[in-house]
Design a protein around this ligand. Structure first.
Ligand code: TNX
Length: 495
């Protein structure tokens, strides 16, 4: 392992001398390279954060205040006395960052505010009490897309819960949050042109088992988008179609072929509903939804679902995607969908989210040969709604039991035949909410497995090492505890 580790380090601008396979610090995701010196920096009342990127500086100050009780001023100019944490934008570091910590100063450098922010997230993990571990780190992401997903349709999760989740995922360098906003049971985002979607589809009782309900107004959605963006997380909204549309058809019977409203559904069956592919009303609806959603979504992607459309005849499915995928481009966004959309040639310029459980998907590999890009969410590895073991109180089992090591031990760059690493944008951990209600439920299923997926998305393959990961997880546990985050005490980890 030492050799590839060195090679990886040599790829960054100024190589730091390294390295053994044993990481110098307990950081998740593992950095590209790190050297510990033992010359720790101590935070005290004289410490200041000096930066011309105050947005990042104040987030760091807020985190340090919560963790240590110290109020650390953020200033653009050099402080005459006192020991400083400087956050600097410099050229040449791509989307990575550098950290140097010694007794008198902490310096984080990056070429973008996001890189700087990533560096601060690492810095926070170097802290023990008021000491920051001395040494140097050079780091950058393996993949640009590191995603997490929440299902607001099967059970609505309120904006404050989503914000708490954003706070946690960003610490693991997750930079996309995919929100599943519509399904058979409910519709969770305000669409002005079709108000009954949320009046009916977001009403009380629209969650699985008739529990819960709710939806995001556009103002709430925008507030979430802004909150996420301030932490360098991009929201990816999903409207699932042409299947998973029962809630929309309850609200608007003209979206069925016979014009008859189906009964509302709060069970967990899938694959029974379909938009009417031959009806112009369908495309008016779809275009209105995409246009309204694109207008409030600054991120590059609109996710159009496309999974499990078993009630849509195959030729109709392709006809639908051929027509809908260009609509996303028409409103300035890149279409993103579950891997079934790869059946449409229009999908070659879009992004597929692979959720299968095998290492082979010839249709997807064929689309990739034509330029389609892929986000890896294999359900038997990256579905955080699967139970950890047979006794897990929450979750499903259809894709298998997923203990922490199972979530960790795979490689997104080689997982799928015919999908080379160069076509992989990254990874995403999906968390479906059929069995989940509260933020505690979400946290218990997400952590610690999301840390495993985050590491696969960020860290070089050369750092992949289960023994190292389980050691670093054990060190991370107290941080979750301190922040009141629920997590599964996997017997595979010595907490
Ligand atoms: C499959 S994954 C689904 C969802 C379910 C999930 C439960 C995918 C694209 N579709 O509708 O919620 O399984 O694990």
């Amino acid at each position: 392992m030492a050799l590839p580790y060195l090679l990886t380090a040599a790829l960054i601008a100024t190589p730091v001398p390294v390295l053994s396979a044993e990481p110098a610090f307990d950081v998740i995701p593992a950095p590209v390279s790190a050297v510990a010196t033992g010359a720790d920096f101590h935070l005290d009342r004289t410490t200041v954060i000096q930066t011309r990127t105050p947005a990042v500086g104040s987030l760091l100050a807020a985190d340090l205040r919560e963790a240590t009780g110290l109020t650390i001023p953020v200033t653009p100019s050099a402080a005459p006395a006192g020991r400083k944490i400087s956050l600097k934008i410099t050229g040449g570091l791509g989307d990575g960052y550098r950290i140097a910590v010694d007794r008198s100063a902490v310096e984080i450098k990056a070429s973008t505010p996001e890189g700087l922010f990533d560096g601060t997230q690492t810095l926070l993990q170097l802290r023990d009490g008021r000491a920051i571990a001395g040494g140097t780190i050079a780091d950058r992401p393996r993949f640009t897309y590191r995603g997490s997903h929440l299902d607001l349709a099967r059970h609505f999760h309120a904006p404050d819960e989503v914000k708490k989740y954003i706070d946690e995922i960003r610490r693991l360098k997750i930079n996309y949050l995919h929100l599943h906003l519509s399904d058979d049971q409910g519709w969770r985002i305000q669409i002005d042109g079709w108000p009954r979607l949320t009046e009916i589809g977001g009403a009380e009782g629209t969650g699985v088992d008739g529990v819960g309900g709710g939806f995001l107004t556009k103002a709430q959605y925008t507030d979430l988008v802004d909150y996420a963006a301030a932490r360098f997380v991009t929201i990816v909204p999903e409207i699932d179609m042409p299947g998973h549309v029962n809630a929309a058809q309850v609200a608007y019977p003209e979206l069925t072929c016979d014009g008859v409203a189906p009964p509302p559904r709060t069970d967990t069956a899938v694959g029974y509903s379909s938009l009417c592919i031959s009806s112009e009303t369908t495309y008016r609806f779809v275009e209105d939804v995409i246009r309204e959603l694109a207008a409030i979504t600054p991120g590059p992607y609109i996710h159009i679902g496309g999974d499990e459309a078993h009630a849509t005849p195959p030729a109709d499915y392709v006809r639908f995607q051929d027509r809908v995928i260009p609509l996303v481009a028409k409103y300035g966004k890149t279409a993103y969908g579950w891997n079934e959309i790869a059946q449409s040639t229009a999908a070659y310029s879009s992004v597929a989210q692979y959720w299968g459980t095998t290492n082979n998907n010839p249709v997807l590999a064929g689309a990739v040969a034509h330029g389609m890009r892929v986000v890896m969410s294999p359900a038997n590895k990256a579905y955080l709604d699967m139970k950890y073991d047979r006794n897990t109180r929450l979750g499903l089992t259809w894709a298998g039991l997923i203990e922490v090591r199972t979530a960790y031990d795979w490689d997104p760059g080689t997982h799928l035949t015919g999908v080379p690493e160069s076509s992989v944008l990254g990874v995403e951990a999906a968390l479906w909410s059929e069995t989940l209600r509260s933020i505690d439920d979400i946290e218990f299923m997400a952590f610690p497995r999301l840390a495993a997926i985050a590491e696969l998305g960020w860290s070089p393959a050369a750092t992949h090492d289960w023994e190292s990961f389980r050691t670093r997880l054990a060190a991370y546990g107290p941080q979750w505890t301190a922040r009141g985050v629920d997590f599964y005490r996997s017997p595979q980890v010595s907490w």
